[in-house]
Design a protein around this ligand. Structure first.
Ligand SMILES: C[S@+](CC[C@H](N)C(=O)[O-])C[C@H]1O[C@@H](n2cnc3c(N)ncnc32)[C@H](O)[C@@H]1O
Ligand SMILES: C[S@@+](CC[C@H](N)C(=O)[O-])C[C@H]1O[C@@H](n2cnc3c(N)ncnc32)[C@H](O)[C@@H]1O
Ligand code: SF4
Length: 397
């Protein structure tokens, strides 16, 4: 028997709504601008894929549901409501289940917050991105700073919990201006805030501009300065950095995202959604499987209508892939990956499965800590996580 107690992570459900009013120039998420959307048809298809997922995962207890996108605040509130009702019919849910909706701060969406709350949403994550009109315009956003404030006001009155996103390290981002904007943001935050450095993703409009030299992002020194300001201001406001880009007051962490980072199981529904599922075998054992749905909305819809699910690929996750994913996700957090998690995922402790020589090097350089509790990064290691992971797992390092 293991010396550590078993780890349990609640089951999560992700539901993807792929449509947006316009495509932002930095965004490479699975989002599409459609002339019209047949809401009844989409509701039916999402419910069908959810039911198919439920049949494969009886007896689980759901701790979180996340409606992401795209812009899920554009879905009919009744669609969210029907899916939430289905979830409660198919499974037990925890008493404190977290049900998050990603929302854009447009007028249409804000006016529907109450309807979403009445249909079971209890947390919103709002894509504010910037708190001044000039930068909102640069980011291709349809909302103004005033609308952003209104969205936060309405969210405060309608939901117990909400979070919002800001994107920093914009071109020529002035450190003083970022400190001021962030302080302003923290003053209206309600326990959780996501702060992302602008990344130039292949296939986006910004990528093309960047390639042509027409968009220049902050160099390493400026990016580091902006990152340090972010850490100082969030800490001063009591918002601990619990994940690389996520800050929360104690107890306000996003439970759904913690399922991913703690390498729990989750079901993904809708175009392009991914899941990590423990598929039950005839003998009662389970096989850890990565599931991916078709990305293109019309192909996904067609597949669900014909076959009952829009699955494009199911891949059994071998022990080395599970180890890599679990460590990559877990080291993002400001907490130890417990030895019990290594045992849950691969049946052995960290020292038994990781390259001990490389581990020692990373412990010696002050990047990692590995003790009887498990494995974690230091602050330094988390700041250069890609390098740390590259070294730990590179087959030829
Ligand atoms: C990474 S952002 C985080 C947003 C916000 N800052 C928060 O804390 O909730 C969430 C986005 O990731 C993507 N996403 C999350 N879980 C997913 C899943 N299981 N399958 C596909 N995409 C997913 C979706 O595009 C979703 O809108
Ligand atoms: C799927 S997106 C947004 C959901 C919602 N439609 C919105 O726009 O508010 C989740 C979050 O990822 C962040 N994000 C997306 N692309 C990014 C990029 N290239 N660089 C930095 N952050 C990005 C944004 O903060 C965004 O709110
Ligand atoms: S950032 Fe949000 S609104 Fe903009 S294209 Fe991406 S998903 Fe749509």
């Amino acid at each position: 028997m293991s010396a550590t107690s078993a780890e349990t992570v609640p089951f999560g459900i992700y539901i993807h709504w792929p449509f947006c009013l316009s495509k932002c120039p930095y965004c490479d998420f699975n989002s599409h601008v459609a002339n019209s959307v047949d809401h009844v048809r989409w509701r039916k298809a999402l419910r069908a894929e959810l039911a198919a997922g439920a049949a494969r995962h009886p007896g689980r207890t759901v701790g979180s549901v996340f409606f992401g996108g795209g812009t899920p605040s554009l879905m009919d509130p009744e669609t969210a409501g029907a899916l939430i009702d289905d979830i409660k019919t198919f499974w037990n849910v925890t008493d404190d289940i977290e049900i998050t909706l990603e929302a854009n701060p447009g007028t249409v969406e804000i006016d529907r917050f109450s309807a979403f709350a009445a249909n079971g949403i209890n947390r919103v994550s709002i894509g504010i991105q910037a708190l001044n009109d000039r930068d909102l315009k640069f980011l291709g956003r349809l909302h103004s700073a005033e609308e952003a404030m209104r969205a936060l006001d309405v969210a405060t009155s309608v939901f117990d919990r909400f979070s919002f996103d800001l994107i920093y390290a914009r071109p020529e981002h002035d450190p003083k201006a970022w400190r001021k904007e962030l302080r302003e943001g923290l003053a209206i935050a309600n326990g959780h805030i996501s702060l992302y450095q602008l990344t130039i993703e292949p296939g986006t409009q910004f990528y093309t501009l960047h390639q042509r030299g027409e968009l220049v992002v902050p160099d390493e020194d400026l990016a580091t300065e902006l990152y340090e300001i972010t850490q100082e201001e969030t800490q001063a406001a009591g918002y601990g950095c619990y994940e690389v880009s996520n800050h929360a007051k104690p107890g306000q962490e996003s439970r759904h995202n913690l399922v991913y980072w703690r390498y729990g199981d989750y079901l993904g529904i809708g175009p392009g959604a991914h899941g990590r599922e423990a598929i039950i075998q005839p003998d009662g054992s389970t096989v850890p499987t990565a599931v991916r749905r078709h990305r293109a909305p019309d192909i996904w819809l067609d597949r669900v209508e014909k076959a009952g699910n829009g699955t494009q690929e199911e891949t059994v996750l071998e022990a080395d892939e599970r180890l890599l994913e679990m460590v990559m996700m877990g080291l993002r957090l400001n907490e130890t990956i417990p030895t019990a998690r290594f045992e849950r995922i691969i049946g052995k402790g960290p020292r038994d499965v990781l390259d001990n020589a490389r581990l020692e090097t990373l412990i010696g350089s002050g990047d990692l800590i590995c003790d009887s509790a498990g494995l974690r990064t230091t602050d330094q290691g988390r700041n250069r996580l890609n390098g740390v992971l590259g070294y730990l797992f590179d087959p030829v390092a």
